[in-house]
Write a protein that binds this ligand. Structure first.
Ligand code: ZN
Length: 290
């Protein structure tokens, strides 16, 4: 699933190609009716047609296209969606679910094997993003914010990181990577993390997201950028889908387990699992992190 670095890469690719353009024709293909959330598919296509895109923003995993009538077209790619800028004459791919023609002879194609992607057309984008907190790369997502959210939860720390109300944009790949960077076992009860480790985890979330953004995202399966190319970060991850391979820090084999219902990758050698109440005690070996 595209997470923050992937969606931001798409946004940066598409913004210069889309802002100022008018959507001349919008088609949601047969079988893709679930794409349209706020309107019937034909009505949504009609409402979008003729509108100009004035801005393309992002919050968490949502793309927010502000239109010239003041409304916002909110796109979420979910599991397998991609949105690619191409020519109007390019042939449709096998999993094309919708196409949006632009007034300059180009076209956006939504490809989505699993058909979980969603489009909203709303007056206020918050209507389309329920239970969504600060973007994980916004200053509002701070060490203190994360520490406060962790302190009140007994769920595994990974479950809290995946909660979009805590850190919008973090998903399975970068939750695993952040826990590894911070040297924290993702199964640790959140309220055992404590403020010092929470600050380390916050820094790790920012670090892994920024690094992946610099690599234009991770393509483990379906992710494609706004021009249809793969990301590069999948070869630079530390734990995600590296089960059986040696840890970059301590050499122990990476293991795969399940946490919060999600496949989870961790190093049993250097990711620590403090007990509740021990979070302020030193356990000062910073897991040989350098
Ligand atoms: Zn290790």
């Amino acid at each position: 699933m595209p997470e923050l670095p992937e969606v931001e890469t798409i946004r940066r690719d598409l913004a210069p190609l889309l802002v100022g353009r008018t959507l001349t024709a919008v088609r949601i293909h047969a079988g893709a009716e679930r794409l349209a959330i706020t309107h019937a598919p034909a009505a949504l296509a009609r409402e979008l047609s003729g509108r100009r895109v004035d801005d393309l923003a992002r919050h968490g995993k949502y793309l927010l296209a502000r239109l010239d009538d003041g409304r916002t077209w909110v796109l979420h790619l979910r599991m397998t969606g991609s949105i690619v800028h191409t020519t109007a004459t390019a042939q449709a791919g096998r999993f094309e679910r919708a196409r949006v023609d632009l007034d300059d002879g180009h076209s956006l194609r939504l490809n989505d094997m699993r058909k979980f992607a969603t489009w909203h057309l709303v007056a206020d984008p918050r209507e389309a993003m329920p239970n969504t907190g600060p973007d994980a790369l916004d200053a509002e997502f701070s060490p203190a914010w994360l520490a406060a959210r962790l302190a009140t939860r007994t769920a595994p720390v990974k479950a809290v990181l995946l909660d979009q109300a805590v850190a919008a944009g973090v998903g399975n790949i970068y939750a695993d990577e952040a826990c590894w960077i911070a040297g924290i076992d993702p199964r640790t009860p959140a309220d055992a993390v404590g403020p010092r480790r929470a600050a380390r985890l916050h820094a790790a979330v920012c670090e892994t997201l920024e690094e992946a953004l610099g690599d234009r995202g991770s393509s483990f399966s379906d992710y494609r950028d706004g021009l249809g190319a793969q990301g590069l970060h999948q070869v630079r991850v530390h734990v995600f889908r590296r089960d059986g391979e040696p840890c970059d820090r301590c050499g122990s084999p990476i293991v795969k387990t399940r946490v919060a219902g999600r496949g989870t990758h961790l190093c049993p050698g250097c990711q620590r699992r403090p007990r509740r109440g021990s979070s302020r005690s030193s356990r000062s070996s910073r897991s040989s992190a350098g």
